[in-house]
Design a protein around this ligand. Structure first.
Ligand SMILES: Cc1cc2nc3c(=O)[nH]c(=O)nc-3n(C[C@H](O)[C@H](O)[C@H](O)COP(=O)(O)OP(=O)(O)OC[C@H]3O[C@@H](n4cnc5c(N)ncnc54)[C@H](O)[C@@H]3O)c2cc1C
Length: 619
């Protein structure tokens, strides 16, 4: 252990993860905290890290309030509808009322925005989306963060949060290691903002073997955003609300621009519109939610899944009509070149020219995240002026640990934030973190060297496991004493896939399967004490796996707790196939006791704040 040098930093605001939310937090922390010491720690390199690494073609969350295109209330209703009622409306409203100012800054910073030639407004792709030439999106927001931070640390994976030893349930910083040098880094900090993205690769992906690593969500998003706070004892919400995406097959290419801008549509193998065929069956399951407009994302998936299961697949996107228009053809290709180049390559390899062949669609494996058409994540305080007492405890976006904040995929309950909303939420969290410091809430924090040294031993244990046992095997990769990160990952994915509602079971699970899944996950956790890493890259893989495994336990506990099928098309509880508003029109909140590792779950009321406000105004 001595061979790994330890570096110490003390700071005021520590941002973990320099993706969209993390760059927003770093930028805003400087605005409010001119004299504070602000550090951002990133696992990759913030110039090209996170889900936006490759670029985007649209900013999916923009109100357009300056032109009265939409108001925050409209967005809250939209997100509520899409999530079958289950959102934190205080958080959604708060994000929506600020998101336009974020987008205007992106414009000022040089992000090429497409404009409507007639109106001069941003070019709309859909009601909420505006189109950009977004290959440079991430470097642009990274520059803002770089100019704001005292220091950006790239290539450091944060593995644990540090807790204050002077006052219970207060944050003290974080630790991690540098994947290139192997050095250990201790960041003692008055506040920590976790912005470490969502979780891919916890369910077995469709692309395995030669295609492994090809996923819809960023393959390097490994659930640290959840595992870090869960391990420290913070409460989580809606972790059962995993997302399944309908995407172009094998390349996971996005379909939004195709539906919204190119006006392409889907059909089954017989050339039929299949969605309406499933109306009565879906109504049986979810009641009037199927009549909502737009149809919730999960219910559209449901029709897709049922149609394929009934023998009428594959489902195709009809591109051959739109692609006859040279302008739309260009848009269709550029859409991939700006953010999912791999889809164009897959089509080339399969000899698909969408002008002449309608490409196949598929439903993806599930992902856990908090910023898309889904809202798993940490249970956070909302803003003072909007949140009911159950949702407010002092500082906006603060988790249930004092001084620990979250933003973007980290935060649960606030769906449909996307890139711009995640950056905005980072800004909101940073503003609150600075206020927390100004209010003297971070005085007298004590983090002993012992706490840091104990974590150091834990962090490097996979290297020790490998070093001690490597000579026991003379060939191959199977050791009697340790498992490799890839072996552990595949075991995790198999458990989640078969027991918790992945692709193999067509997203179906039930109470018995979930209980068995939890048992297998507990044994996996035991074996992860014996994960072996041969180098620093594998050490990162080992810690990614550990974070994924903890996130998975939380997902499984939540899925077991909610005894209904709230989102058919995301997953099914076979023993409770119907949506049950009488018993489950509520949010689920969990906490894992860091001492015992046991989860406890509770129901928390879901408040429909926006329409309550309207009703009050009317009366
Ligand atoms: C395929 C795809 C398409 C999308 N399309 C659109 C779109 O068209 N329009 C739109 O507006 N939005 C889109 N989104 C959504 C948008 O990208 C996300 O909402 C947004 O990036 C979430 O921000 P975040 O900061 O929470 O996560 P990220 O931006 O992913 O950032 C997380 C960061 O944390 C780092 N990190 C992770 N773990 C650790 C750790 N342990 N230690 C240190 N650092 C860590 C990661 O490297 C990463 O840089 C898309 C997302 C995907 C995946």
């Amino acid at each position: 252990m001595a061979k790994h040098k330890t570096h110490y930093e003390e700071c005021d605001v520590l941002v973990v993860g320099g993706g969209m939310a993390g760059t927003g937090a770093t930028f805003e922390a400087r605005h409010w905290g001119r004299d504070l010491k602000i550090i951002c720690v990133e696992k990759a390199n913030i110039d090209r890290s996170g889900a936006v690494a490759q670029g985007l073609y649209a900013i999916n969350c923009y109100m357009g309030m300056q032109w009265d295109e939409n108001q925050p209330e409209d967005h809250v209703r939209y997100a509520r509808n899409d999530l079958m009622g289950m959102v934190r409306e205080d958080l959604g409203y708060d994000m929506a009322r600020h998101v336009d100012s974020t987008v205007h800054m992106f414009d000022e910073w040089g992000l090429p925005m497409m404009k409507n030639e007639k109106t001069g407004r941003y070019l709309r792709e859909g009601k909420w989306q505006i189109m950009i030439h977004g290959e440079s999106y991430k470097p642009i927001v990274a520059e803002a963060a770089k100019k704001s931070a005292d220091k950006i640390y790239n290539r450091i994976m944060v593995t644990h949060l540090l807790m204050d030893e002077a006052k219970e349930n207060r944050i003290g910083g974080a630790v991690g290691f540098n994947m290139r040098t192997g050095d250990f880094h201790v960041f003692r900090s008055k506040t920590v903002i976790v912005a470490a993205g969502g979780a891919s690769h916890i369910f077995k992906p469709r692309a395995v073997g030669e295609g492994m690593g090809r996923t819809w969500y960023a393959p390097w998003s490994n659930g640290s955003a959840y595992a870090l706070p869960i391990a420290a004892g913070a409460k989580m919400t809606q972790m059962e609300n995993r997302i399944v995406l309908c995407r172009f097959k094998d390349g996971y290419g996005p379909v939004g621009a195709y539906f919204l801008h190119l006006k392409t549509y889907t059909q089954n193998a017989n050339g039929e519109n299949y969605e309406k065929k499933w109306y009565d069956q879906t109504k049986e399951l979810v009641g009037e939610y199927i009549d909502h407009h737009p149809t919730p994302t999960c219910l559209r998936n449901h029709a897709f899944i049922q149609e394929v299961a009934s023998g009428n697949g594959p489902i195709h996107m009809v591109t051959t009509e739109a692609f006859q228009d040279p302008h739309l053809e260009t848009v269709g290709w550029e859409n991939f070149l700006g953010m999912t180049v791999g889809q164009a390559v897959v089509w080339a390899s399969q000899n698909i020219d969408p002008k002449y062949t309608n490409p196949e669609l598929t439903t993806s494996e599930p992902y856990v995240m908090g910023s898309h058409a889904t809202c798993s994540g940490a249970w956070v305080s909302g803003p003072e002026d909007l949140s009911p007492p159950e949702y407010f405890w002092g500082y906006n976006r603060m988790l249930t640990i004092d001084g620990l904040f979250g933003a973007g995929d980290t935060v649960g309950g606030s769906a449909h934030k996307f890139s711009s909303g995640s950056f905005t939420e980072g800004r909101l969290a940073a503003k609150a973190a600075v206020k927390y410091i100004e209010d003297q809430k971070a005085k007298g924090i004590k983090v002993s060297d012992k706490q840091c040294d104990d974590f150091k031993k834990t962090v490097y244990k996979p290297l020790d496991n490998y070093t001690v046992a490597q000579n026991e095997i003379t060939g191959g990769t199977v050791s009697p004493s340790y498992i490799s990160p890839i072996q552990g990952l595949q075991r995790l994915q198999k458990i989640m896939d078969e027991y918790v509602g992945g692709i193999t079971s067509n997203y179906m699970t039930n109470g018995n399967l979930l209980k068995k899944g939890l048992e297998l996950l507990a044994w996996l956790q035991e074996d992860l004490e014996h994960v072996g890493a041969e180098d620093y890259h594998q050490l990162m893989r080992a810690w990614e796996l550990k974070h994924r495994a903890l996130t998975s336990q939380c997902v499984t506990e939540h899925t077991l707790f909610r005894e209904e099928t709230r989102w058919p098309g995301y997953y099914y509880r076979g023993d409770h196939m119907k949506l049950d508003d009488e018993n489950w029109h509520c949010l689920t909140v969990s906490r894992r006791d860091p001492k015992t590792g046991k989860f406890t779950l509770e129901k928390v009321p879901v408040y429909h704040i926006v329409d309550e406000k309207e009703k009050k105004k009317a009366s």
